[in-house]
Design a protein around this ligand. Structure first.
Ligand SMILES: [Zn+2]
Ligand SMILES: [Zn+2]
Ligand SMILES: [Zn+2]
Length: 300
């Protein structure tokens, strides 16, 4: 009877939400609970309606043999993106747009140790998907994250505008909206729009909740493709066990123009926000331009 194995708890196989596809496994809490299944992808995938494949390499690499430095490196047009500790340097002061970030890519001559390779290294911190009191699932860190460090991407299907419209129209008010619209204003007055939906194919970014005082900051980062990675960086030092959040409205980064902001406050039933921040706006922001009928006005 020495080998009786009755009773003792069998060590349960640790659930990895990322299915082994990230550098670090992502656990779930409480043990035994599991979010509704979805297809995990660490990177964007091409969805319906887009003409650019986000996995295609479209940027030429730099020819730096030693260190990539602004002025000589073609990937660093204006200034360095990251400091020696892999922290984002320009977190963009409020109301001002952060500079666009281009990382060195697979065609660059520089080594893997180049400082201009951060987001492409993937997850570096132990993160956990957990059940919150009022907001369904959320994402938290199990370790300290210094301000400026890359935390995770918001990755999923990259969609064309009409497909976004179609999906939004199918949503009921109870359905969580995962679709994010990022608008980048470029010099010529042009606006580059990127729509990402991680609802059925996505990464852990889909578990992030909104906060009116977020601890993450979303920055579009380009590596191989013109389609930006939506990279989330620590906007402040983040303590272990703290829930990770960002501002769905992109307010912190000023990704929207003032017209967008005005439209946010009109019509449409809005969902309550439970972030608990002192400056909480009480309702979740939504991108009302996604609800407009097809055929958007031209941007001059
Ligand atoms: Zn270079
Ligand atoms: Zn380069
Ligand atoms: Zn480089």
């Amino acid at each position: 009877m020495a080998t009786s194995k009755e009773g003792p708890e069998r060590p349960t196989e640790r659930l990895d939400i990322a299915r082994g596809l990230e550098n670090v496994p992502v656990s779930a809490w409480p043990p035994g609970a599991e979010p509704e299944p979805f297809q995990y992808t660490p990177d964007h995938v091409a969805g319906p309606g887009t003409d650019i494949d986000p996995t295609q390499i479209t940027f030429p690499g730099c020819i730096c043999l030693k260190t990539c430095l602004p002025g000589t490196c073609s990937c660093l047009r204006h200034a360095e993106n990251y400091d020696d500790n892999s922290c984002l340097i320009d977190t963009g002061s409020q109301g001002k747009c952060a500079n666009p970030v281009f990382e060195c890519n697979i065609l660059c001559q520089c080594s893997d140790q180049c400082k201009n390779r951060v987001v492409q290294q993937g997850l570096q911190f132990q993160l956990q998907v957990f059940k919150t009191d009022k907001k369904g699932w959320g994402l938290r860190t199990l370790e300290f994250i210094p301000k400026g460090r890359f935390v995770c991407e918001y990755a999923g299907e990259v969609l064309g505008y009409s497909e976004v419209q179609r999906r939004i129209q199918l949503q009921t008010i109870q359905d969580p909206n995962y679709i994010i619209a990022v608008r980048e204003h470029v010099y010529s007055g042009q606006v580059i729009e990127t729509f990402v939906d991680p609802a059925s194919i996505g990464n852990i970014g889909r578990f992030l909740n909104h906060s009116c005082e977020p601890n993450l900051l979303m920055i579009p980062v380009r590596i191989d493709s013109m389609v930006p990675k939506l990279a989330l960086f620590a906007a402040k030092d983040i303590l272990p066990e703290e829930e990770l959040s960002y501002d769905y409205s992109g307010r912190f980064l000023n990704l929207m123009d003032s017209k967008d902001k005005e439209r946010l406050d009109q019509g449409k039933t809005r969902k309550p926000c439970y972030c608990g921040a002192r400056s909480c706006a009480a309702f979740l922001p939504y991108d009302s331009s996604l609800y407009c009928p097809l055929g958007k006005s031209n941007i001059s």
